[in-house]
Write a protein that binds this ligand. Structure first.
Ligand SMILES: [Zn+2]
Ligand SMILES: [Zn+2]
Length: 83
């Protein structure tokens, strides 16, 4: 899952120029693994992969692949893109 979160912390206070509504920090994409219990489910991750109808982190993809005795690359449909 990709969530867009507001990470604007009053950029002007930090000496950065803030564009208000169009502030780049207002809509920061954060990738969360769909598997409950996975650390990336709550903390987020850098990369997500589409596997069936789920979006999973690499660790979860590897785990499923191992359990099924297949190559992780064969499970992955594509990498999740952010804007
Ligand atoms: Zn800002
Ligand atoms: Zn995961």
């Amino acid at each position: 899952m990709v969530a867009y979160e507001n990470h604007c912390v009053g950029c002007t206070i930090l000496g950065m120029r803030c564009y208000g509504r169009s502030c780049v920090n207002r809509r920061v994409p954060v990738l969360y693994c769909d598997k409950i219990g996975c650390p990336a489910n709550t903390e987020g991750t850098d990369t997500l992969f589409v596997v069936g109808d789920a979006e999973l982190c690499w660790e979860c993809v590897e785990e499923i692949a191992e359990r099924n005795g297949i190559d992780p690359e064969d499970l992955i449909e594509r990498e999740v893109e952010t804007e």
